[in-house]
Design a protein around this ligand. Structure first.
Ligand code: PHE
Length: 332
């Protein structure tokens, strides 16, 4: 009986080892361990043996059976792992973006304009100051000499923040509150620029976005005049745009400057582009900043950064810059 048991075992192990998937393994298991399996049929032959023969071959059959059972278990684990891998591979989602050539990140055109502006002003002796994007009504309007209920407050299309007393907190509508923060934080003389993000209720279109970037300038010193303002802006125009550009001031109104002006630049072809507002810091604003208007005077200016990028790259729709479309942005 011994050789038959050995053969049943060897053939059984071969059969199990040759299975290619779980389905084939189930069939092999039936063939090797099921009711018709050799190890089961051989057991019936034990009855014809004497007691010693039954014990010896009974044990040999049990061992063979156990080895076959554990071989089935091991093969099941192997095939299961293969099948799981195959399924995962089949269900895999390729989330990588196919880019035809290797691309490294690049500076967004707004950031590039922002940094160039900073460079030019740093070269002219200014320092950079910063303030929060969520601002108090008191600094965004109050300290800037907007009287309570003044229509100019409405013209800023404020986005209010639900925080503290109603109407006390907002998304800053301009970088001008940083003027006051700077005056409160440092003693004159002050020569700072404050670039930053500002917010207004606006429906996005080609030239407006509810969020945009401004750069503010503030100079406080002894004996500062409107002539210093005009000269600074002219020097900036030539440094930033080139020697063939020039600038002009047009009378305007802002509550926080007196007198106030609009600041335009002229391109070499003679056409004018409006850049922003400016003026001599209003005495009330100096006082709100803790500065004595009898001793100090100053000027401020502020303009949008995003339109610079627009004009510089000949793009006619601001929204393109916000699209995040790599094909668009990688042109710059
Ligand atoms: N804060 C003004 C605006 O957002 C611009 C400005 C800044 C005007 C400084 C005068 C002085 O329109």
């Amino acid at each position: 009986m011994g050789p038959e048991i050995d053969r049943a075992l060897t053939q059984g192990l071969e059969l199990i080892g040759a299975t290619a998937d779980l389905e084939a393994l189930a069939a092999a298991e039936t063939a090797v361990l099921g009711r018709r399996a050799p190890v089961v049929e051989l057991r019936r032959g034990l009855a014809a043996l004497d007691e010693d023969g039954r014990r010896v071959f009974g044990q040999a059959l049990n061992t063979a059976r156990q080895r076959l059972e554990s071989a089935v278990g091991e093969r099941r684990a192997e095939l299961g792992a293969v099948e799981r891998r195959r399924r995962l591979e089949a269900e895999r989602l390729d989330l990588t973006e196919v880019v035809p050539e290797r691309r490294v990140g690049r500076v967004h055109p707004f950031t590039a304009a922002w940094e160039r502006l900073e460079d030019v002003f740093l070269g002219m002796g200014f320092q950079v100051a910063e303030g929060p994007e969520i601002e108090t009504e008191a600094l965004n309007f109050g300290a800037l000499n907007f009287p309570e209920g003044h229509p100019a407050r409405e013209s800023f299309d404020t986005l209010w923040v639900e925080w503290g007393a109603p109407g006390s907190t907002l998304l800053r509508t301009h970088t001008s509150p940083v003027q006051v923060r700077t005056m409160l934080a440092q003693e004159p003389p002050i020569y700072v620029i404050c670039p930053g993000r500002v917010f207004r209720q606006d429906t996005p279109d080609a030239t407006h976005m509810p969020v945009f970037h401004q750069i503010e300038g503030l100079v406080i010193d002894r004996g500062i005049t409107m002539g210093d303002l005009a000269g600074t802006l002219e020097e900036f125009t030539k440094a930033f745009f080139g020697g063939s550009f020039t600038s002009r001031l047009r009378p305007s109104y802002f509550p926080f400057t007196e007198p106030s002006a609009e600041f335009d630049i002229q391109r070499p072809d003679g056409s004018w582009m409006e850049l922003g507002g400016c003026g001599m810091v209003h005495p009330n604003v100096l006082r709100a900043g803790g500065i004595d208007p009898e001793e100090w005077s100053g000027f401020a200016f502020g303009f949008g950064i995003d339109r610079f990028a627009l004009a510089r790259h000949g793009v006619d729709d601001l929204r393109e810059f916000w699209s995040g479309d790599i094909r668009f942005l990688s042109q710059f």
